[in-house]
Design a protein around this ligand. Structure first.
Ligand code: KIV
Ligand code: ZN
Length: 398
């Protein structure tokens, strides 16, 4: 059991993330990401869905064999053959977990599974107990929990706990829930389900309405101690809660969110970049924490402020999440201060008249060109200096 304020980071980049369009990874890529997730300090790596394919099985098994540190979880529908495959795949892990799930909303029961509520209850009891015959650590998820009849959901939770679930994950599978409703669901479970206080409750949120991170935080405040998330927020449809955002919020707003976790913050940017190398798209430029613009300042007023004191427009330092690139971006909105600062970083000290001349040339160029690079401003400086030299020698000759 975690201490009462310790948040468990359950990373599903290699499972929910990997099963979304454009995110499939080869065996070697999955292993590379798994090693980096261990370095990042996640508590649990959900390594894949072994029944889905031979390749998935082999990757989960290789991760379970090689990775030491995080627990390794393996996903299984609440079916014997899935659970057996999941158990075989995680067998080499020091701390294996089987994560089994069954839909519980009436919509899913009727349209997808074609079983009654009673049959679902029996299946959950039987399959959670079956999973426990392989491992001590079993997570159960009632899929589509947030659209499940609330009273029936309480019954499902009770049965899963009685059958031996050690973690109970209540997913917002379709990203439909609002933060206060999601929190209320967990509070009710804690109040009314026997044994709920003795196991770990978990949040698993999808971002269909852009609420995955807000919902996960609301769940934490309601007593949840495991959050399921992924790097860059990849996952089914609009994705899962972004790990880097949750970790950054818990760091920056510790005043309001007094929780501990094991994430190594300055590994976040590297992890995000590594994932981008392995899949077919990167984080959007304006993505919080790891987007290319997350720490970029382009307007003159902001650049002036940040150069005087970064706290004026930065609530966390780029270095704290492992970003060491340029964050003053030169463009048509930049002022003299930013230009002078960048040229001085590049080793050029300018006199006041020189700066005026280079700045005039710079604004002309910035009107024509979207991105201004270091070589552009150095070329402007050289052009300006050589024009000044020519004028000076003409004056001497005259
Ligand atoms: O979104 C979901 O419901 C899932 C489950 C398998 C936990 O990914
Ligand atoms: Zn999911």
């Amino acid at each position: 059991m975690p201490s009462s304020n310790q948040i468990i980071f359950f990373d599903t980049t290699l499972r929910d993330g990997e099963q979304s369009p454009g995110c499939t990874m080869h065996h070697a890529e999955k292993l590379r990401i798994a090693h980096q997730l261990a370095t990042l300090g996640v508590d649990i790596i959900e390594a894949g869905f072994p029944i889905a394919s031979r390749g998935d099985f082999e990757s989960v098994r290789a991760i379970a064999t090689e990775i030491r540190g995080p627990r390794i979880a393996s996903l299984a529908r609440a079916k014997r053959e899935d659970i057996e495959a999941a158990a075989r795949a995680v067998e080499p892990a020091l701390r294996p977990r089987i994560h089994t799930f069954l839909s519980t909303s009436d919509l899913h029961l009727a349209a997808k599974l074609r079983i009654s509520r009673e049959q679902a209850i029996d299946q959950i009891a039987e399959m959670v107990a079956f999973a426990r015959t392989f491992v001590d650590d079993v997570e159960f998820s009632p899929e589509d929990a947030t659209r499940t009849d609330p009273e029936f959901l309480l019954k499902v939770c009770e049965v899963a706990i009685q059958a031996g679930a050690t973690t109970l994950n209540l997913p917002d599978t379709v990203g439909y829930c609002l933060p206060h409703d999601y929190a209320a669901m967990f509070r009710t479970v804690l109040e009314r389900v026997p044994g709920a206080k003795d196991i770990v409750l978990s949040a698993h949120c999808h971002d269909d309405l852009g609420l995955a991170v807000a919902n996960s935080l609301a769940a934490i405040e309601a007593g949840v101690r495991q959050v399921e998330c992924s790097i860059n927020g990849i996952g089914e449809r609009a994705g899962n809660a972004a790990l880097e955002e949750l970790a950054a919020i818990l760091m920056v707003r510790k005043d309001k969110l007094p929780y501990e976790n094991g994430i190594v913050m300055d590994e976040l940017f590297r992890t995000s970049q590594m994932l981008t190398d392995c899949i077919s798209f990167g984080a959007a430029p304006n993505k919080a924490i790891v987007g290319a613009n997350a720490f970029a300042h382009a307007s003159g007023i902001h650049q002036h402020g940040v150069l005087a004191n970064p706290l004026t427009y930065e609530i966390l330092t780029p270095a704290s999440v492992g970003y060491h690139g340029q964050h003053i971006v030169l463009g048509k909105h930049s002022g003299r201060r930013a230009l002078e600062h960048r040229l001085s970083e590049l080793g050029h000290k300018l006199t006041k008249p020189e700066l005026d001349q280079v700045y005039t040339r710079f604004t002309e160029l910035a009107d024509r060109k979207k991105a201004i690079y270091d070589q552009d401003i150095v070329a402007l400086l050289h052009a300006s200096r050589s024009q000044a030299n020519t004028l000076q020698s003409e004056a001497v000759t005259a």
